[in-house]
Design a protein around this ligand. Structure first.
Ligand code: ADP
Ligand code: ZN
Length: 435
C-alpha cells in the first residue's frame, strides 16, 4: 500500500496542479507588486504589470531575484507583510558569503512543516516511527524543518541537533530510532563511529535516512545505506524558500518531487537567463506561490540540475528535480577547466576510498595548484609506502579521465581530515585570499 501525507494534492492530475499554480500566482504577483517596493521597482523597470501575469507561462516576463538582491534589501526590504505578522526568522549557513535572513508567518511555517511531513512519509515514516533529527537547530533551517515535519506525521521526535556523536548513538540505540535526518556527511560520520564502537549495520533499528542540505553523490548514498543498514532519501531546500522540503525523494530514488502546489520551478541558462525546455541542465529558479513573509519571485538558486515529468511509480505527479551536482558557485575553474567537488567524490568512492576528502586549490607563480587529500581506510593504511604511491598515481589517472585535469593526490592517515557534523567543507580555495 502506498502512503502519502496529502494524497489528493501529491497525486493530483497535471491540469489540477496547473490550475492551483495559476490561481496562486496571479494572487501572489498582485500582492507582491502592491506590498514589496523592491520587487515593484524591478517590475516597473521591466515594464511588467501584475495583470500581464495570468498563467505560469507568463512567469518568464518577470524579473529575477538573486542572492545579491537579498543582500541589497537586507534586512526588511523584501518583507511581504507587516513585521507584526511574522513569528520567526531563519538564516542561511553562510556557505557562500554574507548571511541572508528569511522571515516566516505562522502560515508559512505550517506549509513548510507540511512539506517536510510529505518527505518523511515518502521515506516510509508513520506515527509508529522514532525520528531522530540531527540537523542543526537554531538559525539553520534543517533542524526546525524536519522537527516540525516529524511532529505533523506524529513520529516520536528526538530533537538531537547536530554534534555529540556518541550521545546520538546512545539515544539511537536506547530509544530505537527508525528514521534519521541529517546532512549526508554527518550520516557517513555516524556510520563510521557506529562501526568503530563495534556495532554492525543490523544492530540498529534504523530503516530510513532523510539527508540533504549539501550535494552528495549516488556513490555516497550507497556507502551510507550500507554502513547504517537503511534506505537513504534525498531532501532539498534552501533558507530563501523556507528550508528543506521544497523537494524530496520517494521510494523510486530517482530525483526529488518538487512541492508544486507551493513552488513553481524553472530551469534557466545561467548566462542568458533564458528558460530551457524540460530535461535541459541549467540553473534552478523558484517562485514561491504562497509564502507570505518572504515571497520570493523567480529566485535564482544557483543550483544546477534538470527537471523531469516522467511518470513516477510512487504515484506522485509533481515534477522531479535531479540531484543538484553543486551550486554554480561551487564550481571551481582550475587551469581553465570546470571542476565540481561531486565529480571528485564519485571517483573516490568508486575506487574504494572513504568519503573523507578535502580539495585545496592555490596559485603559485600564476599557475593553479590542485591537491586532493583523501583518507585511507585503516586496512589500506598498513600498505607499503610504494603501494600507497602507486595508489596515488592510479587515482590521479582516474581523476584525469573524469575531470580532464589531474590533481595531485595525497593519501593520508585515517582520521586526519576533520569530520563534518553539518555541511562539510570540501574545498579550500586559497586563490581567493591572494586576489
Ligand atoms: P547556504 O547558502 O549558506 O548554504 P542554506 O542552508 O539555505 O544556506 O543552503 C541551501 C543550499 O544547500 C541549496 O541552495 C543547495 O545548494 C544546498 N542543498 C540543499 N539541499 C541539497 C541537496 N539535497 N543536494 C544538494 N545540495 C543541496
Ligand atoms: Zn515518486
Amino acid at each position: 500500500m502506498k502512503n502519502y501525507y496529502q494524497k489528493e494534492i501529491e497525486t493530483a492530475p497535471r491540469e489540477k496542479i496547473l490550475e492551483i499554480q495559476n490561481e496562486k500566482l496571479r494572487k501572489q504577483i498582485r500582492h507582491v507588486y502592491d506590498n514589496v517596493k523592491y520587487y515593484r521597482d524591478l517590475m516597473d523597470q521591466k515594464g511588467v504589470k501584475p495583470e500581464d501575469i495570468r498563467t505560469v507561462d507568463d512567469i518568464k516576463f518577470l524579473p529575477f531575484l538573486s542572492k545579491a538582491d537579498l543582500r541589497d534589501a537586507y534586512p526588511y526590504g523584501l518583507l511581504g507583510t507587516d513585521l507584526k505578522n511574522c513569528v520567526r526568522i531563519h538564516s542561511t549557513s553562510g556557505t557562500t558569503g554574507k548571511r541572508v535572513v528569511a522571515f516566516y508567518t505562522q502560515n508559512d511555517i505550517d506549509i513548510w512543516e507540511e512539506c517536510c511531513a510529505r518527505a518523511i512519509v515518502a521515506a516510509g515514516g508513520t506515527a509508529e516511527d522514532v525520528c531522530q533529527v540531527c540537523y542543526g537547530y537554531g538559525l539553520f533551517t534543517g533542524g526546525s524543518g524536519l522537527h516540525g515535519g516529524s511532529h505533523k506525521v506524529g513520529c516520536l521526535t528526538l530533537p538531537m541537533s547536530s554534534g555529540n556523536t556518541e550521545r546520538q548513538i546512545q539515544f539511537m540505540m536506547d530509544l530505537g530510532s527508525t528514521i534519521i535526518c541529517c546532512t549526508p556527511s554527518y550520516a557517513a560520520y555516524i556510520g563510521e563511529t557506529l562501526a568503530e564502537m563495534g556495532y554492525k549495520p543490523e544492530d540498529n533499528k534504523l530503516k530510513a535516512g532523510i539527508f540533504g542540505a549539501e550535494p552528495w553523490t549516488e556513490e555516497m548514498r550507497r556507502s551510507i545505506e550500507k554502513s547504517l543498514g537503511i534506505k537513504a532519501y534525498d531532501i532539498y531546500g534552501l533558507t530563501e524558500t523556507s528550508g528543506p522540503g521544497v523537494s524530496f525523494e520517494c521510494e523510486e530514488q530517482t530525483g526529488m518531487h518538487i512541492n508544486e502546489d507551493h513552488f513553481y520551478a524553472e530551469i534557466i541558462d545561467p548566462d542568458t537567463g533564458e528558460v530551457l525546455p524540460e530535461g535541459s541542465k541549467g540553473e534552478l529558479v523558484f517562485t514561491a506561490l504562497d509564502k507570505e513573509a518572504f515571497p520570493l519571485i523567480r529566485y535564482r538558486t544557483r543550483d544546477i540540475c534538470t527537471l523531469s515529468r516522467k511518470e513516477c511509480s510512487c504515484g506522485r505527479t509533481h515534477v522531479k528535480m535531479s540531484k543538484p551536482m553543486g551550486r554554480s558557485d561551487d564550481m571551481m575553474i582550475i587551469r581553465g577547466v570546470n571542476v565540481f567537488p561531486s565529480q571528485i567524490e564519485t571517483v573516490l568512492l568508486k575506487e574504494g576510498y572513504t568519503p573523507n576528502y578535502q580539495i585545496v586549490v592555490d596559485r603559485e607563480r600564476n599557475n593553479d595548484t590542485f591537491d586532493v587529500y583523501v583518507e585511507l581506510n585503516p586496512d589500506q593504511f598498513s600498505d607499503k609506502v610504494s603501494d600507497i604511491q602507486n595508489r596515488e598515481r592510479s587515482l590521479e589517472a582516474a581523476m584525469r579521465t573524469m575531470l580532464g585535469i589531474g590533481p595531485k593526490m595525497h593519501l593520508v592517515a585515517p582520521k586526519t581530515i576533520t569530520r563534518s557534523e553539518g555541511k562539510a567543507v570540501r574545498v579550500i580555495d586559497r586563490r581567493k585570499l591572494h586576489d
